[in-house]
Design a binder for this molecule. Structure first.
Ligand SMILES: O=C(O)CCC(=O)C(=O)O
Length: 433
């Protein structure tokens, strides 16, 4: 047992007597852990209560086949929240309108958007979603019940799922109960491109680079604003938004290939579970993900990964950074949306290197890869290719750490030069996986 785990256990033992009287549900949690639950985590029980309420609990006591998937999800969320509430040590957390407690890895930039003249809202996200559809831009769509991609789903079905998840299909046994979310909706000039959300500190910083896109007015918009001066194409931060229905659970994963993300929460109640990219955590998560199985479940992550931090978000528009390589899982308690912006920072460099090293080692050890692992590796290195351009920009901007960044760029380029052949010879036979 590591030192801080030992301290946490001792600390919770000394609280044993008061724990039992703190919250009525705490006494039922003893079956989840030998040590008594920490009263510091009692706030999670309120979230468990929410999870046990409509519309999320609608499938709990029903048996029709078409809601089996929903029921499984419901039970998974219930077990996750129970497990968290039963932990015998105080989990570092950030909760609405409370001082963050013990949070070290996640950096809270601000806890609301009171300082902004124009605030981001779900309408901006919907505008961007519709624009992406009109322009034929690919967005990642996921079916949270099946835990996989849902690329064939129309925007109409997605919107229906957002509105009616958990309430709409009860009486129609033919209709599947859907739970569809969209994960990468790009900024457009009629949506989030109209709001300046980026905190000043990221605009004027030699230590950080953020992803950008050129925002162009479309012909229809130009016609509408005939009397207005013509707006020249302009560069904006390339926020990508994410819209998720009630009751969704996103399993532990890392995003991209080492860059950080700035996340601006827009609306909804959700719980983020975050684990820092320590060597133990990266190794445990990546080896499981690369072993061809379905990956690490949230429940296993709570047991196996170290130094978890929890972030509970509600209508306060909190902004925070998710440092490169952060493993995260999300439980959504009401329909919600947020936006993310990729950031490149010198402090992410070692994590980017460690992640690539594990992926390469793993690929070298295996003769063939199954379809899911092959896609995972391919996406990882495709992302890395795009990220190298931003590392180059950071290198030009940051004289102080120039040498370090240069070394990482040439390592990445060397890796990428070999990766195509390496990956191609491990490509699974189509149709067999
Ligand atoms: O909100 C969710 O369920 C998933 C969000 C997420 O994992 C992300 O934005 O990277």
């Amino acid at each position: 047992m590591r030192k801080n785990e030992l301290e946490q256990t001792q600390h919770s033992r000394s609280l044993q007597v008061s724990t039992r009287t703190q919250h009525p549900l705490l006494s039922n949690l003893s079956e989840f852990s030998l040590a008594p639950p920490s009263p510091q985590n009692a706030w999670i029980i309120d979230e468990l209560r929410r999870w046990e309420s409509p519309p999320i609990n609608f499938a709990k006591d029903q048996t029709p086949r078409h809601i089996e998937g929903w029921k499984t999800r419901y039970m998974e969320g219930w077990r996750i929240l129970q497990k968290l509430a039963a932990l015998p040590f105080a989990v570092p957390s950030c909760q609405p309108r409370r001082e963050p407690k013990l949070i070290k890895h996640i950096e809270i930039i601000h806890t609301n958007t009171g300082h902004l003249n124009h605030k981001p809202n779900p309408l901006h996200v919907m505008e961007d979603l519709l624009r992406a559809r009109e322009d034929g831009v690919h967005i990642s769509t996921v079916n949270s019940i099946l835990g996989g991609p849902a690329d064939h789903i129309s925007v109409g079905m997605m919107m229906t799922s957002l509105i009616f998840s958990g309430v709409g299909c009860r009486s129609d046994p033919v209709e599947e109960v859907t739970q569809i979310g969209a994960l990468t909706i790009p900024t457009s000039s009629s949506g989030l491109g109209t709001v300046d959300i980026l905190p000043e500190r990221f605009k004027v910083c030699t230590k950080t680079v953020y992803e950008r896109t050129v925002c162009k007015q479309r012909n229809a918009e130009k016609k509408k604003s005939k009397k207005m001066p013509l707006v020249q194409p302009f560069e904006v931060p390339l926020w990508a938004s994410c819209i998720v229905p009630v009751g969704a659970i996103t399993s532990p994963h890392t995003d991209y290939s080492g860059c950080s993300q700035l996340i601006q929460h827009i609306q909804g109640r959700k719980l983020w579970l975050c684990w820092p990219p320590t060597p133990h955590n990266l190794d445990t998560y990546l080896r499981k993900r690369l072993s061809g199985s379905i990956g690490l479940s949230t429940e296993d992550a709570i047991d196996l990964l170290q130094d978890m931090e929890l972030l509970l978000l509600d209508e306060e528009q909190t902004c925070f950074t998710l440092p490169g390589g952060t493993i995260h899982a999300v439980v959504t308690l009401t329909p919600s949306c947020h936006i993310g912006l990729k950031l490149w920072r010198v402090e992410d460099l070692e994590v980017a290197r460690a992640m690539s090293k594990i992926q390469l080692e793993h690929m070298n050890q295996r003769i063939t890869l199954d379809r899911s692992t092959f896609d995972f590796c391919q996406n990882y290195f495709a992302d890395l290719k795009g990220e190298v351009e931003y590392w180059k920009e950071l290198e030009r901007k940051n004289a102080e750490d120039n040498e370090k960044i240069c070394r990482w760029i040439s390592e990445s380029e060397e890796m990428l030069k070999h990766i195509d052949d390496h990956l191609l010879c491990k490509q699974p036979n189509l149709g067999t996986n």
